[in-house]
Design a protein around this ligand. Structure first.
Ligand SMILES: [Zn+2]
Length: 351
């Protein structure tokens, strides 16, 4: 009888933790959070833009495409824990299994959830994305190194702020942030970058019932292997970090090619953009604004380099304030050093 009860308890446990697409995987560390970790914004029938609420560290957005018999997830966040919770919360919108994951690019905040999926789940990405996620290459990139080495300091800082805060609601908010940061650190410790098991070089199309899901490589931009996911019938494009709702990171971008790649993006017939960061938008002028910024940052930083200015100094001096109307994070002259370093590197490689 006791054995029977234990078996029943095990089954119950499996039902609670079992998540379609990841059933055989061990539950990752750091999944604890209060309330929903994601908002699923419905943008079309079966198409959702998933944005983190802040109770769990997820960093990038994902998109969820619910088809007749299966689910496709585009991008899977910053850690195994974040991907696990995403898949779990998808059950609130559908009980269909996740059978396909698409990585828009290899960056840690978009592809470091790959490891939670079962082997029979297709993980699709550009050849370059596979190359970078193989053998830990992605972990050596300055972007990730900066991120992960900054986590202990972030946690310490939050602990101090929690201790000093007297307002109960602000204290509770800081506690949530601290819990999210600590859980993120626990999940990063279990990270094993997992590459796509299906790759593309230019284009690929998935057909699911009436739905057509196009994967397009439009040229180098935010990385050497950005893929956009285009739903022609729904007129939706999922852009990863090639186009976000604000300025996109340039740590390993092809800043001088990005404008042309965005011209290719403009040729697609879409209404709605689901970006890798920020809210969905329909204003196509945002592409023009970003192209203008990219042109100017390239010109300005090139000019400073030509004058023999060091990258550190150029990062302080480069003046892009004329773009502040469209990019409110620009409040004074200065460009992130990681972007300037990258532009210097590109200029040097052109010689
Ligand atoms: Zn990125």
């Amino acid at each position: 009888m006791a054995r029977l009860m234990m078996a029943a308890a095990c089954i119950a446990l499996l039902i609670t933790v079992g998540v379609a697409g990841v059933q055989s995987q061990r539950q990752p560390a750091g999944i604890a959070h209060n309330g929903d970790a994601f908002r699923f914004n419905k943008v079309a029938d079966g198409v959702y833009h998933a944005i983190g609420t802040g109770t769990l560290t997820v960093v990038g957005n994902s998109s969820v495409i619910v088809n007749d018999n299966d689910v496709i997830v585009v991008d899977d966040h910053v850690s195994p824990a974040a991907a696990w919770v995403l898949i779990n919360e998808i059950k609130k919108i559908t009980n269909k299994p996740v059978r396909t994951v698409i990585n828009t690019h290899f960056h840690f905040d978009h592809a470091h959830g790959n490891q939670v999926f079962d082997k029979d789940v297709s993980i699709i990405g550009h050849e370059f994305t596979r190359e970078m996620l193989l053998g830990g290459k992605s972990l050596q990139m300055p972007l990730y190194k900066n991120y992960v080495t900054g986590l202990p300091e972030q946690i310490e800082n939050l602990k101090q702020r929690v201790a000093m805060e007297s307002d109960p609601s602000r204290k509770a908010m800081l506690q949530t942030q601290l819990q999210a940061a600590e859980n993120n650190a626990a999940s990063q410790a279990e990270l094993k970058p997992t590459p796509p098991n299906i790759t593309l070089r230019t284009n690929m199309t998935l057909y699911r019932g009436d739905r057509e899901i196009q994967l397009r490589f439009l040229g180098r931009a935010h990385t050497a292997g950005d893929v956009v996911v285009y739903l022609p019938k729904e007129r939706i494009v999922i852009t990863g970090d090639m186009l976000t709702s604000a300025l996109s990171n340039m740590s390993d971008a092809f800043v001088n090619e990005w404008v042309t790649t965005l011209d290719e993006l403009k040729k697609l017939d879409f209404v709605t953009v689901l970006p890798g960061h920020g809210e969905a938008f329909t204003d196509k002028a945002k592409i023009d604004y970003f192209q203008a910024y990219l042109r100017d940052v390239w010109t300005e930083v090139s000019r400073l380099k030509q004058q023999g200015v060091s990258a550190e100094e150029a990062a302080k001096r480069a003046d892009l304030t004329k773009h502040k109307e469209h990019f409110p994070t620009i409040t004074a002259p200065g460009v992130p050093l990681i972007a300037v370093t990258r532009i210097y590197e590109l200029l040097d490689s052109k010689r």
